[in-house]
Design a protein around this ligand. Structure first.
Ligand code: BGC
Length: 405
């Protein structure tokens, strides 16, 4: 029998921009308009419908929920902080608390206020200062009701998509800029970490648990050649562990937030830097099942990463793990296999304390629009009606009993 410990956090994750709707002061919104792509528009209308959505989560036996605060709502214009928006997020957190659902709150999940983006975004020297001012306000307002904070979601995904591959705003392709953003993210996290601890002390609150959500991938050499193995090794070292190592050197992490989805089959064409860093096998040499975006399903990769994470000696929360598919049986297969691997890793000493599926409901999948379906709950984008999927019901059974049958 596969049994998870008492007190394990069971739930789902989402981010503000992907579910709320109407985030018209954000840099993503501007970018959507400028590039003429599918607009996030009303998204799931979660900004208004959050009570109803949390009822669904509660009925699915979830005892934790990860959400993010949208900076562009808190500070729609530089230095202007409308009270009503802070109040909104306080209401959201209280709505979770009333249902005994533990909030895990992210402060930055890919989007920035448009004014911040237009001033150079995370390459600007003032970026860290601006971010901290926003964090200070939000944390003071919510501290009493929040124990878990994620400062920044997936710094590695943001900087590769926005500053190296150039497929997300501001569509830069510059290693130099990427390096500046990476350093600014590290500085922002370390300072936000200290700020959050300081605020809790000032307010005489029990200590908070602060981390980032780190995207991790299984980098598997396609054929075991020296070049492939070397490339897989450096990707693992930089992409998976670089940021974690950097913030750990400053002792700025209380638990590790892990976002895990897939495997990358590593096969660089040559020994050049870009090839070593990015090239993947273009053929399906080691076929496995895939999600609707073509990402490999590879649960054993999560097991291996969890064992490597033991070196930090910290508790781990799976802050995202999920699949986009229209085949709900496959969704359950995915969840089951990942939970099984998590449990195996726990048996080998990985201190996993929670699992948050991505995502509670279908939502706006960034540059891919509304087509990918990651949700435990189906969203009809014409009527905004929610329908609980069968996989959600199965997951709810595990959340209720802690047993994976
Ligand atoms: C992000 C989410 C995204 C999910 C699926 C993660 O990298 O944090 O915002 O929707 O992956 O692509």
């Amino acid at each position: 029998m596969i049994k998870f410990p008492q007190g394990f956090l069971w739930g789902a994750a989402a981010s503000a921009y992907q579910v709320e709707g109407g985030n018209s002061n954000s840099d993503w919104w501007e970018w959507e308009k400028k590039t003429g792509r599918q607009n996030s528009g009303q998204a799931c209308r979660h900004y208004e419908l959050y009570e109803q959505d949390f009822d669904l989560a509660k009925n699915l036996n979830q005892n934790a929920h990860r959400l993010s605060v949208e900076w562009s709502r808190i500070e729609p214009q530089e230095g202007k902080f409308p009270e009503s928006e802070l109040k909104h997020y306080l209401d959201v957190i209280l709505a979770l608390r009333r249902r005994n659902i533990e909030p895990v709150v992210t402060l930055h999940h890919f989007t920035n206020p448009a004014w911040f983006g237009n001033a150079g975004g995370w390459t600007n020297r003032r970026a860290v200062r601006d971010f901290l001012r926003y964090c200070d306000l939000v944390v003071r307002c919510l501290a009493k009701y929040v124990r878990y904070w994620i400062t920044i979601n997936e710094p590695n995904v943001y900087l590769t998509h926005s500053y190296i591959m150039g497929v997300w705003p501001p569509q830069a392709r510059s290693y130099l800029k990427a390096k500046i953003v990476e350093d600014n993210f590290a500085g922002a996290h370390i300072k936000a970490y200290r700020l959050i601890r300081k605020i809790y002390k000032e307010l005489n609150l029990p200590r908070p648990y602060v981390s980032i959500a780190q995207n991790m991938q299984a980098f598997v050499p396609c054929a075991p050649s020296l070049k492939n193995r070397f490339a897989a090794y450096i990707r693992d070292k930089w992409y998976n562990f670089g940021f974690l190592d950097a913030i750990m050197r400053h002792k700025a992490m209380d638990f590790i937030g892990v976002n895990y989805y897939s495997r990358q089959l590593v096969e660089p064409r040559n020994w050049g830097f870009a090839s070593l860093a990015m090239d993947v096998c273009s053929q399906d040499h080691h076929p496995v099942k895939k999600n609707s975006l073509g990402w490999d399903i590879y649960p054993e990769g999560l097991y291996e990463l969890l064992l490597k994470l033991k070196k930090y000696g910290l508790p781990i929360i799976i802050t995202e793990n999920g699949i986009c598919t229209r085949d709900d049986n496959l969704r359950w297969e995915y969840i089951y296999a990942h939970l099984k691997n998590i449990h195996l890793a726990m048996g080998k000493g990985a201190k996993v304390e929670g699992y948050l599926y991505w995502s509670l409901m279908d939502n706006f999948e960034w540059d891919k629009g509304f087509n990918p379906r990651f949700g435990l709950i189906d969203v009809d984008y014409n009527t905004y009606k929610r329908t609980v999927r069968e996989s959600a019901v199965r997951f709810a059974q595990v959340s209720k009993t802690g047993v994976l049958e």
